[in-house]
Design a protein around this ligand. Structure first.
Ligand SMILES: [Zn+2]
Length: 172
């Protein structure tokens, strides 16, 4: 028998209506989804999950739940445009020369020219490229971006791959 505290530390895998594993949520979030009828138990394996006791009810929480609603995307928000997230998106490399050293953030269209602080206008740039580019657009500076900046993708795809890899590893 697991204690209530141990149960609350567990996480549950959420599947979309189309049975695509989307993400992990903590057990409290899973309970909210189940109780509000936004999700149902999904019995993928013989493992039964956890039992949660409250004064008024006993709830069994499965290890996998499936959303009944088509709003999986809303559970994930585009991360804020900050140094950590931009560097992660750009794989810690300067988007002008590919260097991985002395990285800074560059506004493609400089802020002084009205460039916004948005995912499609902020890239990782090394100090050298950033100072060479200075207060100019890439075109004016004769520099070229390696990729067109855009907001990070919904992580469901990579999560799904990881999930099925783990399942496979458990079977072996
Ligand atoms: Zn560079």
């Amino acid at each position: 028998m697991t204690s209530a505290m141990q149960v609350l530390e567990q996480s549950v895998v959420v599947f979309s209506q189309n049975y695509l594993p989307l993400c992990r949520v903590n057990i409290k979030r899973a309970i909210v989804l189940l109780v509000s009828d936004k999700a149902e138990a999904l019995n993928l394996t013989a493992e039964s999950g956890w039992q949660v006791n409250s004064p008024s009810l006993v709830l069994s929480v499965p290890k996998h739940i499936r959303l009944k609603i088509a709003s999986a995307e809303r559970m994930w928000k585009v991360p804020p445009v900050n140094r950590r997230e931009v560097l992660r998106r750009d794989h810690h490399s300067c988007q002008y020369c590919g260097s991985s050293k002395h990285l800074t953030l560059d506004h493609v269209i400089p802020r002084s020219k009205g460039g916004p602080h948005t995912w499609d206008n902020v890239v990782t740039a090394c100090e050298r490229c950033n100072s060479r580019k200075s207060d100019r657009t890439p075109g004016e500076a004769g520099m070229q971006l390696r990729t067109k900046p855009k907001a990070p993708l919904h992580p469901a795809i990579s999560f799904a791959e990881q999930f099925w890899n783990d399942v496979q590893a458990n079977l072996e």
